[in-house]
Design a protein. Structure first.
Length: 145
C-alpha cells in the first residue's frame, strides 16, 4: 500500500509541472520582456484600461486629498550639501569636530579628561535641531502635515 502511494505521488509530481508549463506557454508567456509598460494613476471610479498587444498596464489609485500635492518622498527638504553652505556654517562644523577630537569638556568624547561631560548636552542639541528642521518643513507645506 505504501509503495502504491509513493508511486502515485511520484507520478503526480512529474505530471503537474509539465501541465503548468504548458498552461503558461498557452497563456502567451514567451519569456520576452513586454514591449511597453504603462503606469496609470486612476481617480474616483475610473476603470483600469485594457492592455493592447505586447503591453503591460499598471494601475494605481491615489487618495483624493493627496491628488494635487507633492509626493511625500519629495516634501522634506534635506540640508544643503557642504559645498552649498555658508562659510560660517562650515567653520562651526569644523570647530565642533576639532573640539570633539581633542576631548575638550562638554564635547561627548571618549578621549580626554572631560569629554564625557557633554553627552546629554549633545543629545539635547540634536533633538532640538531635528525639531527645528521638522517645524521648518511643516511651515513650507500649506496646511502642515
Amino acid at each position: 500500500m505504501l509503495r502504491h502511494a509513493i508511486a502515485v505521488a511520484l507520478a503526480v509530481s512529474i505530471v503537474i509541472p509539465s501541465v503548468a508549463a504548458a498552461q503558461t506557454q498557452a497563456a502567451g508567456d514567451t519569456g520576452r520582456a513586454p514591449g511597453r509598460v504603462r503606469s496609470v494613476t486612476l481617480q474616483g471610479n475610473e476603470a483600469c484600461p485594457k492592455a493592447d498587444g505586447d503591453e503591460v498596464v499598471v494601475c494605481s489609485r491615489i487618495n483624493p486629498e493627496e491628488q494635487f500635492r507633492i509626493p511625500k518622498e519629495l516634501r522634506n527638504t534635506a540640508e544643503p550639501a557642504a559645498k552649498n553652505q555658508a562659510w560660517t556654517n562650515r567653520v562651526a562644523v569644523a570647530d565642533n569636530a576639532s573640539r570633539v577630537a581633542a576631548g575638550l569638556p562638554d564635547t561627548c568624547s571618549a578621549v580626554g579628561s572631560g569629554g564625557q561631560t557633554g553627552c546629554a548636552l549633545a543629545i539635547n542639541r540634536a533633538w532640538a535641531a531635528e525639531r527645528r528642521a521638522a517645524e521648518k518643513n511643516d511651515s513650507m507645506i500649506p496646511g502642515g502635515r
